[in-house]
Design a binder for this molecule. Structure first.
Ligand code: NPQ
Ligand code: MG
Length: 371
């Protein structure tokens, strides 16, 4: 395809409730959307970077800048660009995986819309619906947490993930496990809030039969995760540490994790995400699809990915109303605790123009001449 233009659109979506993690509290999601124009179709991609570089080093303003100044010019200059070649064309630019992923996603969408093929079938999906889990933020008190968890169980979620940090870990987990009984899957996510010196403390989670503990230690501490995994019985899952299929292979071989959270944005796109799925499958390591509070654009693509065979644990693929009262696409809704995999061409959804405009804070058009 020949890229005719790339639109960068910033939106601000209010969250239904503040979301607190070990790196801070957010009340609104500031999101960069990418729309590519090819002669035959347009395509949409969502950049998962946050406003501030607190989950990873990337952030929205930085992603917009690197797209405008470094990535878009390389794409415009490439002749016979295909989605499969995007990563290679952008490879000279180090890092910036979330920015690259958004561009690749938009180009895949445009390409598959042109071909009339769904992203799910393109990636190799084997399910028409995926189990939905929910990520529950840090709360002011255990009773407040139990109320929130009860609401999600009523809604039908099939797995609960609690955000933890030092001072909010053993007791909330004990309380939620008592409330859930042994039937509902429970897991925790520390977003790098501990150190290896906390190993004995984290071993106190062992009795609660957790599915996994996600990213307890800093992202660059694979050796620490391997040491921790030898001390605790809860399986260790990595999120922030895994930026590529090679990272996943290394972490598995080191014993740093036995489960992987796959987030397409964090690893540079859906095609690298599929390679992680494949390398984990080859090692007998289950994966699940993480989430970055996506709009319907990113959510649709994540649900397609989560339909691949080795996505055997429920993901953070929640219904749209977990985060947003109004989405920019038709909302994803729970159906018996599952989300239906879109079947239309490309990602199978598109922004509803009035809703998109309602939340848009800026737009910018990049063209071959202009960059
Ligand atoms: C995680 N996501 O798995 C991330 C962290 C994350 C669903 O737990 C605004 C506020 C955006 C907090 C994006 C989930 C966020 C956010 C991602 C937390 O680590
Ligand atoms: Mg995580």
């Amino acid at each position: 395809m020949k890229l005719a233009g790339i639109e960068l659109r910033r939106i601000a979506l209010p969250l239904v409730a503040p979301f607190r993690t070990s790196f801070g509290t957010q009340t609104e999601r500031d999101i960069l959307l990418v729309r590519v124009e090819s002669p035959a179709a347009e395509g949409w991609g969502e950049c998962v970077a946050l406003s501030d570089p607190v989950y990873s080093s990337e952030y929205v303003e930085g992603a917009a800048h690197v797209i405008r100044e470094h990535l878009a010019p390389r794409l415009f200059a490439a002749d016979s660009l295909t989605a499969a070649r995007v990563a290679t064309v952008l490879e000279p630019v180090r890092g910036h995986r979330m920015a690259k992923a958004a561009l690749e996603a938009a180009i895949i969408d445009a390409e598959l819309r042109t071909a009339g093929v769904s992203l799910a079938s393109h990636l190799g999906a084997v399910r028409d619906a995926v189990d939905a889990g929910v990520s529950v933020g840090i709360m002011a008190s255990v009773p407040e947490l139990l109320d929130a968890v009860a609401g999600y169980l009523d809604a039908g979620y099939r797995r609960i993930k609690l955000k933890i940090e030092p001072g909010w870990d053993i007791e909330p987990v004990r309380a939620v496990r008592e409330r859930l009984g042994d039937d509902v899957g429970l897991q925790v996510d520390a977003n790098t809030a501990y150190t290896l010196a906390d190993a004995r403390h984290l071993a106190q989670l062992d009795p609660f039969d957790l599915l996994l503990i996600e990213q307890p230690l800093p992202e660059d501490d694979l050796a620490g995760h391997a040491a921790l995994a030898r001390v605790i019985s809860t399986p260790v899952c990595l999120d922030e540490s895994i930026e590529s299929a090679r990272d996943a292979a290394a972490a598995i071989l080191m014993g740093a994790c036995s489960i992987v959270n796959v987030k397409p944005g964090r690893v540079g796109g859906y095609l690298e995400a599929r390679r992680i799925h494949d390398v984990c499958a080859a090692h007998g390591v289950p994966v699940w699809c993480g989430g970055m509070l996506e709009t319907g654009i990113g959510r649709a693509a994540n649900v397609a990915l989560a339909a691949l065979p080795n996505f055997t644990l429920p993901g953070d693929t929640s219904a749209s109303d977990r985060y947003y009262a109004t989405d920019i696409t038709a909302p994803f809704v729970l159906e018996d605790g599952r989300l239906r995999v879109p079947v239309g061409p490309g990602i199978g959804v598109a922004p509803i123009p009035e809703q998109l405009d309602q939340f848009t804070t800026s737009t910018e058009m990049l063209t071959a001449g202009k960059t």
